[in-house]
Design a protein around this ligand. Sequence first.
Ligand code: PSU
Ligand code: MN
Length: 309
Amino acid sequence: MIKHPNFSITPEVKIALDLGAPIVALESTVITHGLPRPQNLQLAREMEKQVRGFGATPATVALLDGKIHIGISDGELVRLSDAESALKVSHRDFATAIVKKANGGTTVAGTMFAANMAGIKVFATGGIGGVHKESSFDISTDLRSLAEIPTIVVCAGAKAILDLPATLEYLETMGVPVVGYRTDEFPAFYSRESGLGVSVRLDSPKEIAEFAQAHWNLGMKSGILVTNPILEPDAIPAAEMEPIIARASAEAVAQGVHGQKLTPFLLGRISELTKGKSLKANLALLLNNAGLAAQIAGELSGKRKNWAI
Ligand code: PSU
Ligand code: MN
């Protein structure tokens, strides 16, 4: 169990860790920067409920007053979802949040880092960051973290706001397995299709747990990206999203939006341009991912003691 002055772990998560019971880490940039209010708070609560519904303990990761929280109370969730000046916390921002005693939402990269420090192996998010179309130098730290941090990340693929082929090439170079859950195709977040492949298709949480065990027992250090396509009724066809994404992207370039602000800008504009349809899809896929992550965590908890790492 990690004992570190900058970490605060809830008793519930501590007990689950001690027992080797299934735990699912949840990110919080989606709360602070990814979704509008009040949907952000509602979604955060529903994600936790979904994880519990599948028999796992949720551990929402976030920065509050400069402390790295692994698991937060409902009151803290309310504070975070209301916070005006919350930081978007990736690797380089942890120390900033600590010294400034700031509140912050952790990105996929930031959540992987903190969850791994705490000994949590499974994490659910909406979509990972990747290589941006607007600038090929804008590569999300999420990709480097997937290369270096041994965690299972359950997502609905990467958004078509990104350069998806370049994102997949980067993951291949870095030796990160890209698992398609019941699919051979890399899903594109709002859409089930992208025309791009995954490195392996696996059809059950048990197979995914066995895959992770095989990967890590070889001494591999990377994470494993599990892509879970948005369910059919919630999906928006890629052809419908394409012009909207192109428009949002052109606006970002015209307005000079870049760096940390680019992803939230694009998400916000897409939500406006689809009149909330993309927001609805985003909420649905987040819950779907939390459910799958909890099932994988359940399967893994039975195998935990065999791990080489
Ligand atoms: N996907 C979403 N909503 C989000 C994000 C991704 O549907 O809010 C966030 C994640 O936290 C991800 C981050 O890690 O955006 C990527 O940001 P950047 O491209 O600046 O690395
Ligand atoms: Mn970026």
